[in-house]
Structures are given as structure tokens and as C-alpha cells.
Design a protein around this ligand. Structure first.
Ligand code: ADP
Ligand code: MG
Length: 296
């Protein structure tokens, strides 16, 4: 297997008002093609900074990354735009990530306008196809973000990230802002999409349950450094590092975390990503809370 994303010794020092914050201090890891690498760690440990540096949304102070074998540190202009199109990012706050004045279809069409030659009917058709892929109804196309639930807005965020058919998605706390009742649906949608499109994910979360459920490999961040990396089933079940043990010990018990694929939401709509992922609090989905109900 080869690395879809290789992060090599990234350091990021933020300088503001004469003071320095060493947010990331020499972090290296690889996301193998077709797998999910979960980065877990407490708030402020540098997870988002790594994600932004890895895709060059911000410039690392030193170190860098390669995507699908290509070092991205020196890319400029057209080559940098091509890199942007081959990756996608999903953010924590799905409502804030959308332009409130654009309809859902316009929001999804935006990255297509920027990165592809699609226009007119072909553009609309691709936007509608993406809507369908993320389990939203065609009726959502004409709505504005404020008319959708948080979970539905995050589905739009995922559609936007997928628009250019990227190989790598960076998911920064993709479910942290969502109601517990819809988190599992969005995680399952992400799992389905990863399999169908052979995607690679860098998943960032402060929630150990989420990382354990989603990841093949896990890395544990603390104060800008990676303290432990390995198969998720080992690192997050039988950690070697003291810090990971303490993180785990601080977590509420999650008995019998068994994926329950096959269930569908009450009205059959939004069947994609429908099944709850674990026999925990998160999976007890009340059909009346169905996030895919279109507000009338
Ligand atoms: P995490 O995503 O794990 O919560 P972040 O990468 O957002 O962590 O932040 C890591 C550290 O860098 C924190 O101390 C944070 O306050 C600081 N930081 C993040 N962004 C900036 C910025 N733009 N300017 C200055 N400091 C920042
Ligand atoms: Mg963050």
C-alpha cells in the first residue's frame, strides 16, 4: 500500500502580538490509500493546525506533506488549484461553513464552477447527483441553509467536499456540532462514501468513540506532538502510552459498540448513512428526530 497523505515533520508556530504559540511540534504520520487515519486529542492539542498545514490551507513553519506521492510544499498557481481539487475538507460547524444567501444547489455547484468546466444543465445535474449521494432529497436543492437541520447542512458540506471527486478528505470534527441523535447517521454516510469511492480520510475528533468506530489507524495528539500511533483497535483499546490510558479512562463506558448496519430511518428518506453505528447513547435514534424530514 502507498500513502495517500504523508505528513513529514510538520512544525507550526503561530506568532501574534509578539507572542509565539508552538501549536504543532514535529509531527509525522501517513494515511494509507483507502483507509481512515483518526487523529484524536484534547482541544488545543494542534489537530486542526495539522489538518490545515497538511492541505496547505495555511503554511507550516517547517516540514510539509505529500499527497498521493507528490510533495505539495512548492506547488503554485494552477498546480496548487489542482491539488485543492484532489482533496476536500469537511468542517466542524456545518451551518457557518455555508453561504447563508446561496441555495443548497448553488452551494454544491460552487466548487464545481471553480474547479470544473461544468456549466448550465450539466452543472445542475452534477449538483443534484451529489445531493442524492449524501442522502438529501431533491426538494432540498432550492432551500437556504437556515431551512435545514445541522445534520442536513453537514451533508451539504460533505457534498461540496466530494464535488470534484477528490481522493482524500480531511474531516475536522465532522460530527462534533451535531445532535447526538444524528451523529451516527453522518458517520455511517461517511463510511459508505469512503467505501464506494475508495476515499482516504484524515479524521479529526476529540471523541474517542468516533475515532475508534471510523479509523483503521489512530494517532493520539498531546500539546502539539503525537504520543502514540498504531492500529486503532490497539491504540484505543489497549493503549501503551500513559496519556492515552488517561484519555480512555476519562471516557464514559460504551458497552457493546457493535455496528448495526441495515436499519433505516422511519420514512425511508435519507436511507444513506441511516443505520446507527453503535449500541450506545448515540445510536438510540428516535424516528421523530429524523433529521432528513424536510421542513414544510
Ligand atoms: P485543536 O484543533 O486540537 O483544538 P488547534 O490546532 O486549533 O487545536 O490549536 C492548537 C493551538 O494553537 C492552540 O493553543 C490554539 O490556541 C493555537 N492556535 C490555533 N490557531 C491559531 C491562530 N490562528 N493564531 C494563534 N494561535 C492559534
Ligand atoms: Mg480543532
Amino acid at each position: 500500500m502507498s500513502a495517500m497523505l504523508a505528513v513529514e515533520n510538520i512544525v507550526k508556530v503561530y506568532r501574534a502580538h509578539g507572542s509565539e504559540v508552538r501549536a504543532v511540534d514535529g509531527v509525522s504520520f501517513e494515511v494509507e490509500a483507502g483507509t481512515t487515519f483518526g487523529l484524536v486529542g484534547e482541544s488545543g492539542s494542534g489537530k486542526s493546525t495539522i489538518a490545515r498545514c497538511a492541505l496547505r490551507l495555511i503554511e507550516p513553519t517547517s516540514g510539509g506533506s505529500s499527497i498521493d506521492g507528490e510533495p505539495i510544499g512548492r506547488l503554485r498557481g494552477q498546480a496548487l488549484r489542482r491539488l485543492r481539487a484532489s482533496t476536500g475538507m469537511v468542517f466542524q460547524n456545518p451551518v457557518a461553513a455555508l453561504n447563508p444567501r446561496l441555495t443548497i444547489e448553488q452551494s454544491i455547484a460552487e466548487p464545481l464552477r471553480t474547479h470544473t468546466a461544468l456549466r448550465g444543465r450539466a452543472l445542475a445535474a452534477r449538483a443534484r447527483e451529489l445531493l442524492d449521494e449524501v442522502g438529501l432529497a431533491q426538494a432540498h436543492a432550492e432551500r437556504l441553509p437556515h431551512q435545514l437541520s445541522g445534520g442536513q447542512c453537514q451533508r451539504v458540506g460533505i457534498a461540496r467536499a466530494l464535488a470534484t471527486r477528490p481522493k482524500l478528505l480531511v474531516l475536522d470534527e465532522p460530527t462534533s456540532a451535531l445532535d447526538v441523535s444524528v451523529q451516527a447517521q453522518v458517520l455511517n454516510l461517511l463510511q459508505d462514501l469512503r467505501r464506494e469511492h475508495s476515499l482516504s480520510y484524515l479524521l479529526i475528533s476529540h471523541d474517542l468513540d468516533v475515532v475508534r468506530y471510523m479509523s483503521d489507524t489512530a494517532g493520539v495528539m498531546r500539546k502539539g506532538g503525537l504520543v502514540e500511533v498504531g492500529p486503532a483497535a490497539e491504540v484505543l483499546v489497549n493503549p501503551r502510552h500513559e496519556y492515552t490510558k488517561r484519555l480512555l479512562a476519562a471516557m464514559p463506558e460504551t458497552p457493546g459498540a457493535v455496528p448495526l448496519h441495515g436499519l433505516r430511518t422511519a420514512d425511508g428518506e435519507g436511507a444513506r448513512g441511516g443505520p446507527p453505528y453503535a449500541a450506545t447513547e448515540k445510536s438510540r435514534i428516535d424516528p421523530s428526530l429524523n433529521e432528513n424530514r424536510i421542513p414544510s
